[in-house]
Design a protein around this ligand. Sequence first.
Ligand SMILES: *Cc1c(COP(=O)(O)O)cnc(C)c1O
Length: 385
Amino acid sequence: MVLELLRYYGSRGLRVAKAHMQYIWDTGGRRYIDLHTEHGVAFLGHNNPRVVERLKAQLDELVVCNPSFGCSVQEEALEKLSAIAPSGADTVLFANSGAEAVEAALKIAWAYTGRRRIVTFRGSFHGRTLGALSVTWGPSYRRGFPVLEDVVFLPFNAEPAVLEKMFPEDAAAVIVEPVQGEGGVIPAKEDFLKALESIARERNALLIVDEVQAGFGRTGRVWAYEHYGIKPDIVVAGKALGGGFPVSAVFTRRELASVLRGGRHGSTYAANPLALAAVSAAVSVLLEEDVPRLAGERGSVFMELLSDRLSGVRSVREVRGRGLMIGVDTRFNPLPVLKCLQARGVLALRAGVTVVRFLAPYMVTEEDMEEASNALRECLANRAS
Ligand SMILES: *Cc1c(COP(=O)(O)O)cnc(C)c1O
């Protein structure tokens, strides 16, 4: 008997034979424009040649090397990452997934402040391990699991006066996405994030910015929080960070990170040579190809195309986003629309309850975006008839 693979989500009914940059091909040889990118992981494209080459070289050189020992790929990765480190951060720790990095960030906040309470937001998503799950919104993720109780959910994009009133005095930290991804592609408002920063500071709570989905160039800046002129205490990155390789990171100040020394945190595979090689190559691509600027420009083109093609389509409530993180809010469950798009050679994903989400890789062309916009218009029109 052969084991069955547990699928956490429904099957898309597509077998991938190969993939290159913004395209994937199914086993029948059919080509798809991939604007799903495995929840944004393949933002630098599938099998980005520079990432693949670097990984192959690392495989030949060294595969296992724990941070207690030294190896040259560590220095290489640190040097590369220094060029894009969030302002104020002088220390990084690595993990293997977004959720794990969120756990590490929360542990830093608890250990550093000696407080317990964490502030988070309605609609937020931070991962599915128990700490990360505890600060994630919604019964669909949380039901049946023993989540932490010292967590306060505030309204996302609340008015500053409301934040001021609702933000607890004894919080260890607040964790926030600069653009809510899973929650429906909702960019934070400027006065909201700025007020959040100053209220957190005033109450001695750390500001954790979760850039797992929005970060690494996707919104038009390396980090999405840069659009707001705020200064996080801790920044969490993942998804696109390894150019497709599973790796995540937490950036912070030495003073904060040091609380995890002495074995208070750790993870066997964290900072393994392959992950670090992938990060090095991904950062090289990000900087040398000017990825954030391209993502910003192409994102504007895509938003305009979508707004133009969808104007007058009754079921469309809003086209919104930042850079290449784009959502089309419909008035219904978009799953049939995603299926229809797939049948027309375009892969997208859902966000929130009613949003068609596009997480395009940065090399997406105007032709690809036209094709996707036209396909979406047809799929929405078909649905209405
Ligand atoms: C995907 C995501 C996570 C969790 O990352 P995993 O790698 O799935 O654990 C955390 N935060 C945000 C904002 C995400 O989009």
